[in-house]
Design a protein around this ligand. Structure first.
Ligand code: SF4
Length: 352
């Protein structure tokens, strides 16, 4: 059982982050934000996959102005990712954005920061401060001997101070590095030093295969330590995969239980059916299910039902036939070619 560290609760649109709020899954669009049509298609796909909050880069006035139209057609909050230009932050807020990702230290004078902070305060908008291992100030690199958890955390604390001096506290923090160990040590240190909610992620994690492993290790380790309030998996690929991976990380740790939990055995010489094919097909067909159901696809009747005793419903292969079982108890025998269909039928019943 994971005990989550208590953090301050903030809000992005209608999604709470921190405190006792469920850990949310975020992703980022990779279409030009000003291309409303393309961006909307992508956000709708992300919503379908279970994304809780979406972020889009705002690099021009056109991007900022697109937010208003985008917001009319989506049901999840949208965050504007801003670098350097505080005017784009102000315009995004004017257009109805739900949150900002901006580093106050990067937007020029105190006056600029104050203007952004005042606009956020009046619209109840939270800010994510995002420290990245590649952009730590020289001063901190020298003081702490390079890129490490101390220079990462010190950079974040400096940004936090800028906002706190203006009595702004609707903050969440990210400290992303492309190395999982540095990500873990940085967030662990940060969580000792502040109560703000933490946005977890391993940046530039890589292609879906490598990036999934790296993110699962980095994000998963922190979550298992009770650290983290919202997560974003970064993959060089379709952002929909980021959401799927993010949700699966949370499910693996028992931090969220919506949708199918899939149990399947690795197969061995006792397997006499096309278990790999059946498992892949079943997983695909069950993707849309939102109700928490544990499904097991096991290779043999000798060990399968027992090994997957906790499954709500499962199948176990035999010789030219298979078994359907519920909570470890066999309910009937079916021919191999009907196994998948029978399993689907049972799941539909559980779902209704
Ligand atoms: S469930 Fe049966 S077939 Fe699958 S790995 Fe275990 S023993 Fe082998």
């Amino acid at each position: 059982m994971i005990t989550r560290k208590k953090t301050r609760k903030i809000k992005v649109g209608d999604v709470y982050i921190g405190g006792d709020a469920p850990i949310s899954v975020q992703s980022m669009t990779n279409t030009p934000t000003s291309d409303v049509k393309k961006t909307l298609i992508q956000i709708q796909e992300l919503q379908e996959a279970g994304c809780d909050i979406v972020r889009s880069a705002v690099s021009s006035l056109e991007d900022a102005k697109a937010i208003n139209e985008i917001k009319k057609h989506i049901s999840i909050p949208i965050i504007a990712d801003i670098q350097f230009d505080y005017k784009l932050a102000i315009e995004s807020i004017r257009q109805g954005v739900d949150g900002l990702r901006i580093n106050p230290g990067n937007i020029g004078s105190q006056k600029n920061v104050r203007e952004v902070v005042n606009a956020c305060k009046s619209e109840n908008i939270s800010i994510r401060i995002g420290v990245n291992s590649g952009s730590i100030k020289r001063e901190y690199l020298e003081k702490y001997n390079g890129v490490n958890e101390n220079s990462m955390v010190e950079s974040a604390l400096e940004q936090i101070r800028l906002l706190e001096e203006m009595d702004f506290h609707d903050i969440k923090i990210s400290l992303k590095a492309s190395s999982a160990p540095l990500t873990i040590s940085s967030y662990a240190l940060m969580s000792e030093k502040c109560e703000y909610p933490l946005h977890l992620g391993v940046t530039e994690a890589g292609t879906p295969w490598r990036g999934t492993i790296k993110s699962s290790v980095g994000i998963g380790t922190l979550l298992a330590m009770g650290i983290g309030d919202t997560i974003r998996v970064s993959l060089t690929g379709d952002p929909v995969d980021e959401v799927k991976v993010g949700k699966e990380i949370l499910k693996s740790l028992g931090l969220r239980n919506d949708g199918i939990e899939f149990i399947s055995c690795p197969t061995c010489s006792r397997t006499h059916i096309d278990l790999i094919g059946i498992a892949q097909e079943a997983e695909m067909r069950l993707e849309h299910i939102k109700k928490p159901i544990k499904v097991a696809v096991m290779g043999c009747a000798v060990n399968g039902p027992g090994e997957a005793r906790e499954a709500d419903i499962g199948i176990a292969g035999g010789n030219g036939e298979g078994l359907i079982f519920k909570k470890g108890v066999i309910i009937r025998k079916v021919p191999e070619e009907k196994l998948l269909e029978e399993l689907m039928k049972e799941i539909e019943e559980l779902e209704s």
